[in-house]
Design a protein around this ligand. Structure first.
Ligand SMILES: [Mn+2]
Length: 291
């Protein structure tokens, strides 16, 4: 017997609605963004939304890790239009799609696509939430002012978001940075770093820190935060990463906070059933179980 009706262009267990205006207030809305035009190393993130949704059909309604059914009300709103080769125009489209969800009191879950797509989502959220904390899980800081001359890129995403004026940018799992990014962090008073090694040795301290956040939260998960042994198919694989269980703990910790949006980006593969896509899908499935 199938776990659910097999419909791989929609995330498993998503509810359907004729129009977003009829959606339940306070629900989550999934948007895929099949875009990878600024990718510099391993391509394929444009296929992320498809493979991550497909992988979601491997999970059961009952999430035994949390002793709970997948409880959240959520809709899969399909994929955003993208303009291959034009990052800033694509981000404008993502921004307007997320704004449309927010107008209807639906909170965004973005499946990337390369990491730059987070810029559009956070821009839309910032018009609603003046105080917004970014919890950013990534091997990299993504704080370059430009990447090969490009202001809008997977390597500059957190710099652009930081410029929007966030309450705090909390970077977790970091194990790669340029010296310029490092000195930018030292000069800033609202960027907090928990390196990959600290996740391994002091996860309780990190969870305590997250439990003290008082503002609305946007959670951004670059799949390369995981160790390449569990998530090899990403744009920039980087050794010595964190575990899926660490992210599960972080998601559970944030479930009692005011999370107003999240993304899972940089899944870069064209293979159905590939383990990176399954890991990405599992993180969204856990998120929707506990939120
Ligand atoms: Mn990264």
């Amino acid at each position: 017997m199938l776990f659910n009706t097999y419909e791989p262009w929609k995330f498993a267990f998503s509810k359907s609605t004729c129009s977003i205006e009829d959606a339940e207030d306070g629900a989550w809305g999934i948007i895929g963004v099949p875009f990878d035009s600024t990718t510099s190393f391993h391509g394929g993130a444009r296929l992320g939304p498809f493979v991550v949704r497909e992988a979601s059909y491997g999970f059961e309604m009952f999430n035994i890790d949390f002793n709970s059914n997948i409880n959240a009300t959520f809709y899969d709103c399909g994929d955003s239009h993208v303009i291959p080769g034009n990052c800033s125009k694509t981000l404008d489209i993502v921004k307007s799609n997320v704004a449309e969800l927010l107008k209807n009191n639906i909170f965004p879950i973005i499946i990337g696509g390369e990491h730059s797509v987070s810029i559009g989502a956070v821009e839309a959220l910032k018009t609603y939430y003046k105080d917004l904390t970014i919890v950013h899980l990534d091997a990299h800081r993504d704080l370059a002012d430009d990447f090969m001359g490009e202001k809008y890129s997977h390597g500059t995403v957190m710099k652009r978001i930081h410029e929007m004026g966030v309450s705090e940018l909390i970077q977790i799992g970091i194990r790669s940075s340029s010296i310029e990014e490092d000195s930018f962090v030292k000069k800033s008073d609202n960027i907090i770093t928990f390196k990959s090694r600290e996740v391994e040795n002091h996860i309780d301290n990190i969870l305590y820190y997250l439990s003290q956040i008082e503002t609305p939260i946007y959670l951004s998960i670059d799949m390369d935060v995981l160790d390449p042994s569990v998530a090899p198919s990403v744009g920039n694989p980087t050794p010595l990463g964190i575990k899926i269980k660490d992210i599960q703990d972080i998601i559970e910790c944030l479930s009692v906070k005011n999370v107003v949006g999240m993304d899972v980006v940089e899944t870069a593969t064209d293979r159905l059933g590939e383990i990176t896509a399954i890991a990405a899908s599992k993180l969204i499935y856990d998120f929707l179980t506990v939120m």
